[in-house]
Design a binder for this molecule. Structure first.
Ligand code: ATP
Ligand code: MG
Length: 140
C-alpha cells in the first residue's frame, strides 16, 4: 500500500467545543501520523480561496462564514492510503448519513458544521497542503 499525505482541518465548530484533542486522538489511533499542524483563524478571503471550487453552490456564503467564525486546526496527515482512509474516518458529509464511530457521527452538529475537512483526491491534497503549509513546516 502507498504511503500518502492528505490535508485535514478541524473546523471552528469543533475547536469551539474543545474537541481538538479528541479528534486528533481518532486520527492517531487510526494509524495516521500528524506531520504538520497549526492553529489559524482564517479570514473570509482565505476561506473563499480555499473553497473556491464551491463558489457557485448555494451554501457557499454559509460555508465561508462558518470557516472564518473561529480558530481552525490545519494539519497534514501521513499514512497508508491516507486520503481515502481519512475520508472513511471522517464519515459522510451529513452527520445523519455518517457511519457509527466516524468523527462526523460522533461530533458533527450539522451538514454545514461538520467538524472536519479532508482532501478528496491526490491532486486536491497537494493543492490544499500547499495552500496552508510551506515545505519547511512539514516534518515527516
Ligand atoms: P469537506 O470538503 O469539508 O471535507 P465533503 O467533501 O464531505 O467535506 P463537500 O461537498 O466538499 O463535502 O462540501 C464542503 C463543505 O461544505 C462540507 O464539509 C460542509 O461543511 C459544507 N456543505 C456541503 N453541503 C452543504 C449543504 N447542503 N449545506 C450547508 N453546508 C454544506
Ligand atoms: Mg470536499
Amino acid at each position: 500500500m502507498a504511503i500518502e499525505r492528505t490535508f485535514s482541518m478541524i473546523k471552528p465548530d469543533a475547536t469551539r467545543r474543545n474537541l481538538t484533542g479528541a479528534i486528533t486522538k481518532i486520527f492517531e489511533e487510526s494509524g495516521l501520523r500528524i506531520i504538520a499542524s497549526k492553529r489559524v483563524w482564517m479570514s473570509r478571503r482565505e476561506a473563499e480561496g480555499f473553497y473556491a471550487v464551491h463558489k457557485e453552490r448555494p451554501f457557499f456564503g454559509e460555508l465561508v462564514e462558518s470557516m472564518s467564525a473561529g480558530p481552525t486546526i490545519v494539519q497534514v496527515l501521513e499514512g497508508e492510503n491516507a486520503i481515502s482512509r481519512n475520508r472513511e474516518i471522517m464519515g459522510a458529509t451529513n452527520p445523519k448519513d455518517a457511519a457509527e464511530g466516524t468523527i462526523r457521527k460522533l461530533h458533527a452538529l450539522s451538514i454545514g458544521e461538520n467538524s472536519v475537512h479532508g482532501s478528496d483526491a491526490p491532486e486536491t491534497a497537494k493543492q490544499e497542503i500547499s495552500y496552508w503549509f510551506s515545505e519547511t513546516e512539514i516534518v515527516g
